[in-house]
Design a protein around this ligand. Structure first.
Ligand code: URA
Length: 229
């Protein structure tokens, strides 16, 4: 199988831009495989949608399971639903979600529906406070099952909380960035949470550096050849 480097990905995206191409197609597994995976994800959702394993079950409006292509090659994992997500029942639909859409669609040239998006926690913490360790412990099994079903080529952890739930705990975001980590057998790239970009637009540039590494691995570049340090 041929692989591409980060530099080639950037060149390709620039060419697509010049040629007015909006999206790269086929960024997910075959429709047949996706149907099976969709069924397994639906079963997992039905099994957990009334979950009361932690206190967040009492205050949530919706159990925000996740959405996207069940056969996606790229899986984005955020922290937890916010107010808009809790009301609508879908991940990343508020202001941070619009920015994530821009990263995926305008930057990566992939349709949002061709990736999969979910969170570490499926229920909104009151006032959007940080997830508590016992809430993460209660929710992580569902996420692991989701990852195993989707079986992505690469995971993108959005922000420190997502990274520390999946990887070695307690590091700063700057310690996680710029390296290819592994969750079980899955390569993981960590980047800024879109909410951080809303607060500080200067973070968009370093985020794009992370996304280029992510894209090159999704396109088959061996992680050790991405130039990540
Ligand atoms: N922030 C997250 O981490 N997840 C969402 O779904 C929305 C905002």
């Amino acid at each position: 199988m041929k692989s591409v480097t980060k530099k080639q990905i950037l060149g390709l995206l620039e060419e697509l831009e010049e040629e007015g191409v909006d999206y790269i197609e086929n960024f997910c597994s075959s429709p047949e495989t996706s149907v099976n995976k969709a069924e397994m994800l639906e079963n997992l959702f039905q099994k957990n949608r009334t979950c009361m394993k932690c206190r967040l079950g009492e205050t949530r409006k919706n159990y925000v399971f996740g959405e996207g292509n069940p056969g996606a090659q790229i899986l984005f994992i955020g922290e937890a639903p916010g107010r808009d997500e809790d009301l609508i029942g879908k991940p990343f639909v508020g202001r941070a979600g619009k920015l994530l859409n821009d990263i995926i669609e305008k930057g990566m040239k992939i349709k949002r529906e061709d990736v999969y998006i979910c969170n570490i926690l499926k229920c909104r913490p009151p006032e959007n406070r940080d997830p508590l360790p016992d809430e993460v412990d209660m929710c992580i099994e569902t996420l692991i099952t989701q990852i195993n079903i989707i079986d992505p080529k690469i995971i993108c952890a959005l922000g420190r909380h997502a990274a520390s739930a999946l990887l070695k705990k307690g590091q700063k975001l700057s310690d996680y960035r710029g390296k290819v980590h592994y969750f079980r057998s899955y390569p993981v790239i960590v980047t800024y949470h879109p909410s951080a970009l809303l607060r500080n637009p200067n973070l968009k540039k370093p985020t794009w550096e992370d996304i280029k590494i992510l894209l090159s691995i999704a396109q088959g570049c061996p992680p050790e050849e991405t130039g990540a340090w």
